[in-house]
Design a protein around this ligand. Sequence first.
Ligand SMILES: *[C@@H]1O[C@H](CO)[C@@H](O)[C@H](O)[C@H]1NC(C)=O
Ligand SMILES: *[C@@H]1O[C@H](CO)[C@@H](O)[C@H](O)[C@H]1NC(C)=O
Ligand SMILES: *[C@@H]1O[C@H](CO)[C@@H](O)[C@H](O)[C@H]1NC(C)=O
Ligand SMILES: *[C@@H]1O[C@H](CO)[C@@H](O)[C@H](O)[C@H]1NC(C)=O
Ligand SMILES: *[C@@H]1O[C@H](CO)[C@@H](O)[C@H](O)[C@H]1NC(C)=O
Ligand SMILES: *[C@@H]1O[C@H](CO)[C@@H](O)[C@H](O)[C@H]1NC(C)=O
Length: 450
Amino acid sequence: MRNAFVVAASFVICCSIFYIRDCHVPNSGRNDTNKGSPSSPDYHLYNHTIFLPFVEPFSSAEVPLVSITVNATHIDMPIDTGSTGTLIGAPLLPGISNDIGTPAYQFYSSSRLLYTGRLVDLEIEFHGSAGGRNHSFPGSYALATVPVLVVDTSLRCPWYDEQVDTFECPPNPKFPTPTPKKTNNITYMGVGFGRNKMAEKNRNDTPRSNPFLNVGKIDGYFGPYRNGYTVSTKGVHLGLTEQNTKGFVFVNLKTGYTHDEDPRDWAMPDMCFGINRWEDMNCGSALIDTGIPQMYLRTDIGVEIPNVTVHNPSHEELWVKRVKPGTEIMVGFPGTGGKFASEYSFEVGGGEAVEPSFAVPEGQAPPPFINTGRNFLYGHSVAFDADGGRFGPWCSANAMESLLNRHRMNHVLLPHRSTVCCFLLTHVSASGIMPTILGAWKSVCACVEM
Ligand SMILES: *[C@@H]1O[C@H](CO)[C@@H](O)[C@H](O)[C@H]1NC(C)=O
Ligand SMILES: *[C@@H]1O[C@H](CO)[C@@H](O)[C@H](O)[C@H]1NC(C)=O
Ligand SMILES: *[C@@H]1O[C@H](CO)[C@@H](O)[C@H](O)[C@H]1NC(C)=O
Ligand SMILES: *[C@@H]1O[C@H](CO)[C@@H](O)[C@H](O)[C@H]1NC(C)=O
Ligand SMILES: *[C@@H]1O[C@H](CO)[C@@H](O)[C@H](O)[C@H]1NC(C)=O
Ligand SMILES: *[C@@H]1O[C@H](CO)[C@@H](O)[C@H](O)[C@H]1NC(C)=O
């Protein structure tokens, strides 16, 4: 009898009307870490913004692209929220002679790629939805001038040590000298925050080099402008307004290393994650990284992540560790009152849209850290307020969309305003919804406007 009422993982029940910020906020048992920066700024005072649509539909497989022009070259530029600073291969910029700029380098630890070249201050034109400079269309272009690394050489250096090495990949007796790669196709724009570390000698990873934080003009004007941006699966808003910050659940950020020199410098957001249960909570910082599809997790001492060793023929290491399928990963962003402002969870191998392509256990090395990878955006939009030091995930329309796609349902309203209905997508039985205890929410919070 009971089975007759069980609808497998696809029944939508309207629980009640909530404000979106009340959408699944379990008690994390953690004290507030938010202090220092102002809360609830008057976003209605700001009306200057531009929407940059992604060039291609958002996909787990690719870094999202926005359309830009730099020094008369059109580029569909990959946007990486996991790093800071712009790279363009020298052959793409024939207008920039090879003797101008300040020698510099950039190393990416995830890809082990070392780029060397010259930093040149360049004006970047972002193309809004009208496709570029078009004075009859508001929001058609924005200009930002930042130092760009014009790349002369590029190579993969697996043994590069960021603490010691600089412009060169040091010789390694065990491996042949890496062959330089072509530079005619190098384009990369890091727009992340909290990525600068004092330890690093190369300092092109500060807000000064972040094109999203150095917008000078939008459509030729610089109006009341709130420095910051939002990112969703659809694209990017440069400049925060009341309209484009609606629905975000903001938490305050700690100051970044160079905040005293540059008030736009903020640290990565605080985060706690649990493995199968919240009790072994790992609290540290989070990186929402559009640059990669996978997830990295680092736990506190004593917290083991169930893992399997798998064959990895495409890299130097033949065997690599992955989080074991079936493991539940729960991630929360601490808000006020010992509660999470926002959180999500998924089961490794469960196939949800927010699940990363794979999850890498990085071992027990405090402070805990999580890099969510870009699939996070399937469940949330994110906002970064560089003037106020605030970060906001938003349990977004995409969550609903992706869940509906998964469960082959269609035609439901998607949220725009703050009044929403929270849906629980789970097993339904004669006794109603299954218990709403932690861990029972197999899907990200899904909210629909009423
Ligand atoms: C929160 O802070 C108060 C006062 O500092 C302390 O007494 C309490 O134990 C803390 N609670 C937790 C869960 O850390
Ligand atoms: C933006 O705000 C400024 C100052 O508050 C105002 O003068 C201007 O008309 C506003 N523009 C729009 C498009 O609302
Ligand atoms: C490209 O950059 C060079 C060097 O800064 C400058 O002389 C030239 O005017 C620029 N061209 C364009 C189209 O921006
Ligand atoms: C401005 O954009 C509109 C709509 O896309 C287009 O019809 C018009 O030709 C554009 N004007 C210019 C000068 O590009
Ligand atoms: C340049 O990169 C793009 C995107 O990664 C790729 O589609 C294209 O084939 C590359 N072109 C060359 C000449 O390598
Ligand atoms: C992987 O699992 C083993 C035991 O199965 C454990 O000792 C080890 O700490 C785990 N690795 C990580 C990175 O959690």
